[in-house]
Design a binder for this molecule. Structure first.
Ligand SMILES: *Cc1c(COP(=O)(O)O)cnc(C)c1O
Length: 394
């Protein structure tokens, strides 16, 4: 059996079958490219689901990790460390928030946000959190409950009490559900997993106003959309609002696991003993995150995401004009979804055979989350492959 076969067999035999994996074993990455075990090259238009935003194995991220790993790998949060302090300061500089809690993943950052919102509301008897249908907030019990997609609840009932779902973008339904026990509304500015659904114009501003009027919190889940992906540090900036709490994860560590829950100073009420994470704010993950932010600033990646994302969507929309299977192109920056009138599984496989990795967001939505360093030439290549497939399919 060849190396590919061996790795695949071991994986399928010993690892719980929670993923539908594509038949590729990846061994190396550099910039926007990855290579499989047989040496085949792929252009990565999914970047580990929005994680590898500065590209694979960026030399400065690798160096930051190597330096920190040789110095101090881990100490508990009973002590202070420099990388944690510096990363927190950086995050406060580029955001409107006052304090941060460090976790290890998106789900954990959202758990922290949910706990903070309940803690904040406890004296008023407020605990309920309103979230949107088609949202995605993670896979822990509280965050699948927050996730407004019944397919993620199935088999794990009963769900956590205290969550209510409303249609995304529907202000009337939201207002109707604002009972006295609500402590927060939790939304993605652009729903990722749920289909790359962009907030309707004015919606988030109206939600912000509702929160202010009723004195409740607005939590924005920026785990996928945050940190430059949409051409701004936070997707909520496109909508001219500031939430009370915001979560980050995917792109933050440049590939190392880290999550962050940021909050306005007057909301950040968690005190010693109320929340903790052994690995949260690990020095190596923090050092990687500092490097990621510095690369984004130095290389102007937010501007690149905006420009090249605009170019990608413009080209896709043009393709859509002559190919009716494409129903809609939507997104912001380099967070892009293409809705088809048919299932996109075969197209994802075609892209893979042609040496491009892409994702999906539901059965009929093709999802592009390329690294922010992607070039126009690489975008053109992806469009050419899409056109080839469309021409063959007709
Ligand atoms: C991926 C994602 C999560 C979950 O993050 P994990 O690191 O997988 O726990 C939460 N919210 C959004 C919006 C996501 O895209």
């Amino acid at each position: 059996m060849n190396m590919y076969g061996k790795i695949r067999e071991k994986t399928d035999q010993h690892i719980m079958q929670t993923y539908n994996r594509l038949p590729i074993v990846l061994v190396e990455g550099k910039g926007a490219k990855v290579w499989d075990v047989d040496g085949k090259e792929y252009l990565d238009f999914l970047s580990g689901l929005g994680v590898d935003s500065v590209g694979h194995c960026h030399p400065e991220v690798v160096a930051a990790i190597q330096d920190q790993a040789a110095k101090l790998l881990h100490v508990s949060n009973l002590y202070y460390t420099e990388p944690q302090a510096n990363l927190a300061e950086l995050l406060m500089e580029l955001s409107p928030f006052g304090q941060v809690f460090f976790a290890n993943s998106g789900a954990e950052a959202n758990e922290a946000a949910i706990k903070l919102a309940r803690y904040w509301g406890k004296d008023q008897g407020r605990f309920r959190i309103i979230t949107a249908w088609h949202s995605f907030h993670g896979r822990t019990l509280a965050t699948i409950t927050a996730t407004g997609q019944p397919k993620y609840h199935k088999g794990f009932e009963p769900m956590m009490p205290g969550f209510t779902y409303v249609p995304f973008g529907d202000l009337v339904e939201l207002e109707k559900n604002l009972s006295d026990d609500v402590c927060a509304i939790m939304l993605e500015a652009i729903q990722g997993e749920g289909g790359v659904n962009v907030s309707p114009p004015d919606y988030l501003q109206e939600v912000r106003r509702l929160c202010d009027d009723t004195g409740i919190l607005l939590i924005m889940d920026e785990v996928q959309s945050g940190l430059g992906r949409t051409g701004k540090w936070f997707a909520f900036e496109h909508f001219d609002i500031i939430p009370d709490i915001c979560t980050l994860a995917k792109a933050l560590g440049g590939g190392l696991p880290i999550g962050a829950m940021l909050a306005k100073e007057d909301v950040a009420l968690l005190e010693p003993g109320t929340h903790a994470s052994t690995f949260g704010g690990n020095p190596v993950a923090c050092a990687a995150a500092i490097a990621v932010i510095s690369i984004m600033q130095k290389e102007g990646l937010l501007e690149k995401a905006k420009e090249n994302g605009g170019y990608l969507m413009e080209r896709l929309r043009k393709v859509g004009q002559t190919h009716s299977v494409i129903q809609e192109v939507r997104g912001k920056g380099l967070m892009v979804g293409v809705e088809f009138s048919q299932e996109v599984g075969p197209l994802v496989s075609y892209f893979q055979r042609q040496g491009v990795l892409v994702g999906t967001a539901g059965p009929r939505v093709l999802r592009f989350l390329p690294p922010l360093i992607i070039s126009r030439r690489e975008i053109d290549k992806v469009i050419d492959i899409l056109l080839e497939w469309l021409t063959q399919a007709e």
